[in-house]
Design a protein around this ligand. Structure first.
Ligand code: 3HC
Ligand code: NAI
Length: 701
């Protein structure tokens, strides 16, 4: 028998248990075990029906992604599913945890599905750049209809058991013990003809209602959302095949598309992103068994944009928060913003009113900093000013209880300096959340020189608990993400002076896959962010490098962005659609003149290279300086925090796909032209010399 699949008899029911920790992925031994168990149950005259269940924390969470791209061994999943479906004895699948991808496809091939109320069901393959390739695109629409299947498979988002029951994907919800409930259920269907009408491939009753025009429209809207990603559009093709072809031909079409997608760069990139996120949790000198400190209560100082958003993350998982600000007015404003944010979620039907009330009730406002005294974690989120932060940390040191984790949300200040004002620098760490902090998944965990390993371990674990993606960085101006962003922003602005317009730069970047271009982002964030600093710095600028002042001038014209109805674009009242504005164009042309730059035609290719290669070059510097641990961490930061298209794998993965020699050649060209910026990173030069990639660099470490 297989090591990962157990077979046992419970009366006349055979119980097949997949036990392949941690998530019961369908590795080759599981596939073999399933095939053997089915044969055994079919061969045993005493068995009338089967229950298929997962051991541990979940039912089967999909194919084994680590086997992708490797030589195939063991029986194929499509065949196993077909065999289960053909079985004369009914198979009941018992679902807990997550039934994902191939796991759900196995369930669709079986005759009945029952689930715990907490179970989630989904076909997330699109997030890996592929489609459900074991019949999911052909069987799912036969169970829930084309439209619901299209939503589920193109989004990749799982649905809860109750919803699955409502749409006919699950036959029964089991309260209490899942296995016992599933066995009882199996006994009710363990009758002659128990599989009659239950073979999904033989059904077509749900396939109507989607004609050629529907698919043409779906293709358009899916493509618009996919922003360059191929798989979602190909999924529409597979669903059209389900609606129009016999099952076996539909399966052929699915296989064809699956093979093509699996071999493509986009799928490789997305698989890289999946594993990169998980790899980021591993820190060589902070082993998994490092002790952590319990975090059961949190205090946040500064109830502004960030403090409020950060507070919501903890309230969302039931951790009480004390939110502190300096005046009644600021505190009330902060608390109101939190309530308004939750209210929007309620109005969209994504949160119930009682749940909102519970969460709001967990956030208590306060005006005195000594109210931090009971908190296990204190997060400072006041203005970005070193003197103020030092003052606050002096007080934190005075009032926080011994053993509390002391964190700053600074975007880039030197955390060693901040830690040095306390008598416990080993307890101080950076927890850099991104705006909006209740939405953005990235959390940079910034380790200062004296930060204790238990504080790092606690922070990384906490990040996961509040459903963020924590990535470790070291102290550096802007840590990982903002350090790289500087190079992106700089070039976007220089390109304007050289001949491009905001709408061209933004279009080239969105065509590349960014959700929004640089100038659209500025208009959302507010062009006045950093205005005072920029203005003050003008007097003391070194004269060895180039600067762009257009953004400062825009602010002086009152063009602060969407909030003032005009920024890099203009906006009609109540609309967020950017409209190019001749006034901005005139300002930009004037600026080129002032600088004596002759405007030229700039290609989209140049825009992308200059906006993307700068961060890559800086990324290589960050690796060499040890600010980032590995190239894949940089990719995770840029994909989860900065809108870099995930299907390009992140900047470092993307550089590998372009070829590091090509990237370096362009960087050298840019450097020659500019003279100051674009100095090639020594690590990049070294990798090119050795004919290596960033992936090779990571593998060798
Ligand atoms: N294959 C291989 N390894 C997997 C895996 C999979 N499908 N899913 C998770 N893992 C690994 C992770 O890499 C991680 O390994 P590590 O501990 O060495 O880093 C470990 O399992 C635990 O994973 P998480 O940290 O993500 O655990 P969580 O509890 O947070 O999440 C989960 C569990 C929701 C199942 C999440 O892991 C997940 O979403 N997994 C991917 C599911 C998926 O995409 N399934 C579809 C696969 S493609 C497919 O089925 C093709 C089919 O159509 C033929
Ligand atoms: P903000 O201006 O919205 O909020 C700061 C809050 O701190 C204000 O409510 C202010 O009244 C309060 N405050 C100031 N001094 C105080 C004191 N002595 N005691 C108590 N409260 C005090 O600023 P924002 O944007 O929330 O930024 C906070 C920190 O987060 C900064 O360090 C910033 O660099 C960082 N950050 C900001 C991001 C953003 O996009 N806004 C992203 C990531 C980090």
């Amino acid at each position: 028998m297989s090591e990962t699949v157990r077979y046992e008899r419970r009366g006349d029911i055979a119980v097949i248990t997949v036990d392949n920790p941690p998530v019961n992925a369908l590795s080759s031994s599981v596939r073999q075990g399933l095939a053997d168990s089915l044969a055994q149950a079919l061969g045993d005259g005493a068995v009338k029906a089967m229950v298929l269940i997962g051991a541990g924390r979940t039912y089967i969470a999909g194919a084994d992604i680590r086997e992708f791209g490797k030589p195939f061994t063991g029986p194929g999943l499509q065949q196993i599913i077909a065999d289960f479906e053909r079985s004369s004895k009914p198979v009941v699948v018992a679902i807990h945890g997550t039934a994902l991808g191939g796991g759900l496809e196995v369930a669709l091939g079986c005759h009945y599905r029952v689930a715990l109320p907490s179970a989630q069901l989904g076909l997330p393959e699109v997030k890996l750049g592929i489609l459900p390739g074991a019949g999911g695109t052909q069987r799912m629409p036969r169970v829930i209809g084309i439209k619901a299947a299209l939503d589920m498979i193109t989004s990749g988002d799982p649905i809860p058991a109750a919803k699955a029951k409502e749409i006919g994907l699950v036959d029964a919800i089991i309260e209490g013990d899942l296995l016992e409930g599933a066995i009882k259920f199996a006994e009710t269907v363990a009758i002659p003809g128990g599989t009659t009408g239950r073979r999904v491939s033989e059904r077509s009753d749900k396939l109507g209602g989607a004609d050629t025009a529907y698919f043409a429209e779906a293709r358009k809207s899916v493509a618009a959302k996919a922003r360059g990603q191929i798989a979602p559009v190909k999924i529409v093709d597979a669903l059209e095949a389900a609606a129009t072809l016999p099952f076996t031909d539909g399966m052929k079409k699915e296989r064809e598309i699956a093979t093509e997608l699996m071999a493509g760069t986009q799928s490789k990139a997305l698989r890289h992103v999946f594993f990169a996120e998980r790899e980021a949790a591993k820190i060589p000198d902070v082993p998994a068994d490092t002790p952590t400190r319990p975090v059961k209560s949190v205090a946040i100082i500064g109830a502004g944009t960030m403090g409020g958003g950060i507070a919501m993350n903890f309230a969302n998982i039931g951790i009480p928060v004390t939110l502190i600000d300096s005046t009644e007015e600021f505190l009330e404003r902060g608390l109101k913003r939190i309530k308004d944010n939750y209210a929007v979620t309620v109005s969209r039907g994504r949160l119930s009113q009682p749940d909102m009330d519970k969460r709001v009730g967990l956030i208590k406002g306060a005006l005195d900093i000594d109210r931090i005294k009971d908190a296990d974690l204190v997060i400072e989120a006041v203005f970005e000013e070193m003197a103020l932060k030092k003052d606050i940390f002096g007080k934190i040191d005075q009032f926080a209880k011994p053993g509390a984790v002391l964190a700053t949300n600074t975007s880039g200040l030197n955390i060693n300096e901040i830690a040095a004002v306390t008598k416990r620098p080993q307890d101080v760490i950076g927890l850099h959340f991104f705006s909006p902090a209740n939405v953005m998944r990235l959390m940079e965990v910034v380790r200062a020189d004296k930060t204790g390993k238990d504080i790092i371990a606690t922070s990384m674990q906490l990040g996961k608990t509040i459903r963020k993606v924590p990535v470790l960085a070291r102290v550096y101006e802007g840590f990982i993400g903002n350090a790289m962003l500087r190079h992106y922003g700089r070039e976007a602005h220089f390109l304007l002076e050289e001949g491009a317009l905001p709408q061209q730069v933004d279009k080239a970047l969105t065509d590349f896959g960014y959700a929004m271009g640089m100038f659209g982002v500025h208009d959302v964030a507010g062009n006045d962010v950093g205005y005072r600093m920029r203005k003050a710095a003008q007097a003391t600028r070194p004269n060895d490098r180039r600067y762009s002042d257009i953004i400062t001038k825009l602010c002086d014209m009152g063009r602060l962005g969407q909030k003032t109805g005009k920024g890099w674009y203009r906006y009609e009242p109540g609309s967020r659609t950017p409209i190019p504005d001749p006034e901005v164009e005139a300002l930009i042309i004037q600026e080129s003149k002032l600088k004596g730059i002759e405007r030229r035609v700039i290609t989209d290719e140049e825009i992308v290279k200059r906006c993307v290669y700068g961060p890559i070059n800086e990324g290589a510097n960050l690796l060499e300086k040890g600010i980032a641990l590995r190239p894949s961490d940089i990719d995770t930061v840029y994909v989860t925090g900065y809108g870099f298209p995930s299907w390009r794998g992140g900047p470092m993965f993307y550089a590998d796909t372009v070829g590091l020699a090509n990237v370096l050649a362009d960087i050298k060209r840019f450097h020659e032209k500019d003279g100051f910026f674009w100095k090639p990173a020594p690590l990049l030069e070294q990798l090119v010399k050795e004919g290596k990639t960033f992936a090779d660099y990571q593998a060798a470490r």
